[in-house]
Design a protein. Structure first.
Length: 701
C-alpha cells in the first residue's frame, strides 16, 4: 500500500488508457481507430482459419464476360432466362435455384408491345394482323415464358432494400416476422425505407424471395449480412436464409430470445433466429442487429476454389452433360465487372456478391458461422479491468526489464484467450481495445517522467526548433503551456514534395557532388516552407514532408501551404537554369497538398520519435503527390485545400479514386493568385471548365 501511495499519480496516469478503452468497449465513447483495428484483427483471424476447400453442394451459375459476349449485353431477354431455368430444373435436376439478380421492369425486347400497339392503332382494321399477334403472344411474351419456367418450382428470387424513400418498385414477398412476435423488445434491426423488387408476374410465379443487402462497415468492407431487415415494421429475410429454408423444407422463422432469466430482463435484442419445422428447430446465432458474419471459405471468384463456377452460356447452349448438377444448390449471379456486383471483403477487394450468399448457405449447412455474442461487451470489460489494473499497479513498481516482460505476458495472454475462444467456440470477441490499452499503458508509464518534466521554455524551443521556423518558436515560448507534443486532432494542411529525375542523376554524379546538390535543393525548398509558416515534418530520401497549422494554430494554413508550393516550384525552375548552364540535367518536383482533420503530435518508438501528422487526410496528401506525375504537373491539391485557399485561381484536373478511398476525390492545380490572373487566363480557365463538364456528360461534339 505504501508503494501504491508513492506511485499514486503515476498509477492514475497509467489508468487513462484503461478509462478510454472502457468507454470505447461500452460504446459510451466509441473510437473509430479501435473499431478499425478490431476489423483488421478479425480479417486476419478469418483469413488464417478459412478451410480453403470446395463445397461440392453449391454451384454458381456465372453471368460472366464470356456469357455476355455470346448472348449479348445485360439485361438479357427473359426467354433466355427461361431457357436457363428450364435447363437447370428439368435437364440438370438441381435441388433449388437462387437468383442474385432481380427483374424490376417488364421485358419488351421481343417487340410484342409494339405489335400490340399496331394492332390497336394503325392496323386495327386488319383482322389477320390481330390474329397473328394473338398467336405470337405465347412465344413473344418473354415475361410470361420466364414466369412459367419458375411457377411451382424450387426457386428463390432476390430484391434489394434501400434508404431511398422515393423508391418502391416491384412486389415485395411476404415478411418473415411481425412486430408482435418480438414481445415489445426494441431489437436493433437494420432498417430501410424503400425497396426495388421484381415485377408482379414473376413475383406471383416465384413468391419466395430474399433481399441481397450486405452490410458495409466503416472501412468500406463487407463482413456481414442482415438475416432479417426491417421495412415498415415488418421483417424480411435475406436471400441466403430464404434458400436454406427452401432446402430444408420451408421451416417457419421465429425470434430466439435468451434463456437465462437475468439476460431475459437485461438484454433487449435477439440471441438467434429459430427455424422451426415440426419437432425440429435450428437456431442461427445473430448479433444485436440481427446480422450474421459471412463464413468465407476462401479467396473467392472462379479461381478461388470455394465453389464450382459454370458459365451461364454453357448451360443455355446445353454444353454441360445432363444431370451433372443433380441435387445441387444453384445460385445465379455475375462476376462481370460491368454489372457492379463485386464487393470489398476481408478476403478480396473485388469479391463476387453472389459468392457471399453461397458462403452463408455453406456455413448454415455446416454449422460453421462465427458470431459476436450478446455477452461480448461483458467479456471485453472484464479483460480490460483485469489486465488494465494489473498493469497500472504493477508497472510503476517494476524495473524497466520486468515491466517489458509483464507487458509482453499480458498482451500474449489477451491474444491467446481471444484466439482460443474464436477457434473453439466460433466466438468473435473484440481485442483491439485491450491490446491498445496494454501497449499504451506501458508506453505512458515508461515515459511519464519525460512528459511531466519537459515543459519548460528552453525544452520547448529545443523540442520544436528543428521542426518549425524560428519566428514560430518565438511565439510559442511566450506561452509554453499552450503547446505540447501530445497527439491531438487538428484541421491542418499537409504537403508531400518529391523530386523527379534525382535517382537517375544520383547514378552518374560523384557522392560529394550529389550531397552538395541535394543539400542545396533541400535548403531552397525548406526556405520556401519556413517563409510561409510551415512546419518541416521530415526528409525521406529525395522527398520532403511538411504541414501547416501546428504546433502554432494558423487559420490560413491552406493558403500558406499553396504559396509555399508555388514558391518551391519557382525555386526548382530557377535551379534548373543553373543546372543546365553547368551541363547537369534538370530535375522536376511533384507536390501533393491536402487539408483536413489530422492527428498531430510526437510519435514513434522509444528509441526515436518525431513531431509528425498521421491520419487519412495525410495518406491522401501522399497519394496526390504521386498523381502529379500522372497528370504531368508539379502541384496537385485536393478539393478541401482549394476550398480553404480562395484567393488563388484553380484549374480542376479530374475526379480520381485513390487507393484506400471509396469515393472519388476532386483534384486541382493552383494557377496563382486571383489578383494576378489576366483576362486571357481567366477566359482559358472558363473554357477548360466547360470542356471538362462536357467530357463528363459525354457531350463529345
Amino acid at each position: 500500500m505504501q508503494s501504491i501511495h508513492k506511485h499514486l499519480r503515476r498509477i492514475a496516469f497509467t489508468l487513462v488508457p484503461l478509462l478510454f478503452a472502457l468507454l470505447h468497449a461500452t460504446d459510451i465513447l466509441p473510437i473509430d481507430a479501435l473499431q478499425r483495428l478490431d476489423h483488421f484483427i478479425y480479417d486476419l483471424r478469418l483469413r488464417a482459419t478459412m478451410p480453403r476447400t470446395k463445397d461440392e453442394r453449391i454451384v454458381i451459375v456465372d453471368i460472366d464476360e464470356r456469357s455476355l459476349s455470346e448472348l449479348g449485353h445485360w439485361p438479357w431477354g427473359r426467354n433466355k432466362l427461361a431457357t436457363l431455368s428450364n435447363e437447370l430444373l428439368n435437364r440438370q435436376k438441381v435441388a433449388l435455384i437462387g437468383f442474385d439478380v432481380f427483374f424490376p421492369e417488364p421485358d419488351d425486347s421481343s417487340g410484342l408491345p409494339s405489335l400490340q400497339r399496331l394492332a390497336q392503332t394503325d392496323l386495327r382494321d386488319d383482322p389477320g394482323f390481330k390474329e397473328k399477334v394473338a398467336k405470337l403472344q405465347s412465344t413473344l411474351d418473354y415475361d410470361a415464358l420466364f414466369a412459367e419456367s419458375l411457377k411451382d418450382k424450387p426457386v428463390v428470387l432476390s430484391y434489394y432494400l434501400t434508404n431511398d424513400k422515393a423508391r418502391t418498385s416491384g412486389v415485395l414477398p411476404a415478411p418473415m416476422m411481425e412486430p408482435h412476435q418480438l414481445q415489445g423488445r426494441a431489437v436493433g434491426f437494420t432498417s430501410y425505407s424503400g425497396y426495388g423488387s421484381n415485377i408482379e408476374v414473376l413475383a406471383k410465379a416465384a413468391p419466395l424471395a430474399g433481399h441481397d443487402n450486405p452490410v458495409v462497415d466503416g472501412d468500406g468492407v463487407v463482413r456481414s449480412i442482415p438475416l432479417l431487415a426491417e421495412y415498415k415494421n415488418k421483417y424480411y429475410e435475406a436471400l441466403s436464409l430464404a434458400m436454406i429454408r427452401l432446402a430444408i423444407g420451408l421451416p417457419s422463422v421465429t425470434p430466439g430470445f435468451p434463456q437465462d432469466r437475468y439476460t431475459q430482463r437485461s438484454y433487449p435484442h435477439l440471441e438467434s433466429i429459430m427455424l422451426n419445422l415440426g419437432n425440429k428447430s435450428w437456431p442461427i446465432s445473430v448479433d444485436d442487429h440481427v446480422r450474421t458474419l459471412v463464413p468465407f471459405r476462401g479467396p473467392g471468384g472462379v479461381s478461388g476454389g470455394s465453389f464450382e463456377y459454370i458459365s451461364a452460356t454453357d448451360l443455355i447452349h446445353q454444353r454441360i452433360p445432363a444431370q451433372k448438377l443433380k441435387d445441387k444448390i444453384v445460385l445465379i449471379g455475375t462476376t462481370a465487372p460491368g454489372l457492379l456486383d463485386l464487393r470489398s471483403t476481408p478476403v478480396g477487394e473485388a469479391y463476387p456478391g453472389v459468392e457471399m450468399h453461397a458462403n452463408l448457405i455453406s456455413g448454415f449447412l455446416d454449422d460453421r458461422i462465427a458470431v459476436k455474442p450478446d455477452y461480448a461487451v461483458g467479456v471485453d470489460v472484464a479483460l480490460l479491468l483485469l489486465s488494465g489494473l494489473l498493469l497500472a499497479i504493477a508497472l510503476p513498481m517494476l524495473s524497466a526489464v520486468r515491466s517489458v516482460l509483464l507487458s509482453v505476458a499480458v498482451i500474449a495472454a489477451l491474444i491467446g484467450v481471444n484466439l482460443w475462444l474464436y477457434h473453439a467456440g466460433t466466438l468473435v470477441l473484440p481485442l483491439a481495445a485491450s491490446l491498445v490499452m496494454a501497449i499504451t499503458a506501458f508506453a505512458l508509464n515508461m515515459s511519464y517522467g519525460y512528459f511531466v518534466e519537459s515543459r519548460t521554455k528552453r525544452d520547448l524551443a529545443n523540442l520544436f526548433g528543428t521542426y518549425v521556423p524560428p519566428e514560430l518558436v518565438d511565439e510559442m515560448v511566450k506561452d509554453p503551456d499552450a503547446y505540447s507534443m501530445k497527439a491531438q486532432n487538428r484541421e491542418l494542411t499537409v504537403m508531400f514534395c518529391d523530386m523527379r529525375g534525382f535517382t537517375k542523376m544520383s547514378e552518374t554524379m560523384e557522392p560529394t557532388a550529389l550531397q552538395t546538390l541535394l543539400n542545396d535543393i533541400f535548403s531552397r525548398l525548406t526556405q520556401s516552407i519556413r517563409a510561409n509558416r510551415g512546419t518541416i515534418d521530415k526528409y525521406m530520401g529525395d522527398c520532403v514532408m511538411g504541414f501547416w497549422g501546428a504546433p502554432v494554430e494558423d487559420l490560413h494554413h491552406a493558403s500558406h501551404a499553396v504559396k509555399a508550393a508555388l514558391a518551391m516550384s519557382q525555386n526548382v525552375r530557377d535551379l534548373n537554369v543553373e543546372l543546365v548552364a553547368r551541363g547537369v540535367d534538370p530535375i522536376g518536383i511533384g507536390i501533393g497538398l491536402n487539408s483536413g482533420s489530422m492527428c498531430v503530435g510526437d510519435m514513434g518508438s522509444d528509441i526515436r520519435r518525431s513531431y509528425t501528422v498521421v491520419g487519412d487526410a495525410v495518406n491522401l496528401g501522399s497519394r496526390l503527390e504521386g498523381l502529379s506525375k500522372v497528370y504531368g504537373i508539379d502541384i496537385v491539391a485536393s478539393e478541401s485545400t482549394k476550398k480553404e485557399a480562395l484567393e488563388f485561381a484553380w484549374q480542376e484536373l479530374d475526379l480520381v479514386r485513390v487507393k484506400g478511398k471509396q469515393q472519388a476525390v476532386g483534384i486541382f492545380y493552383p494557377l496563382g493568385l486571383l489578383s494576378e490572373q489576366t483576362k486571357e487566363s481567366a477566359a482559358e480557365l472558363k473554357i477548360w471548365a466547360l470542356a471538362l463538364r462536357s467530357y463528363r456528360e459525354q457531350q463529345w461534339d
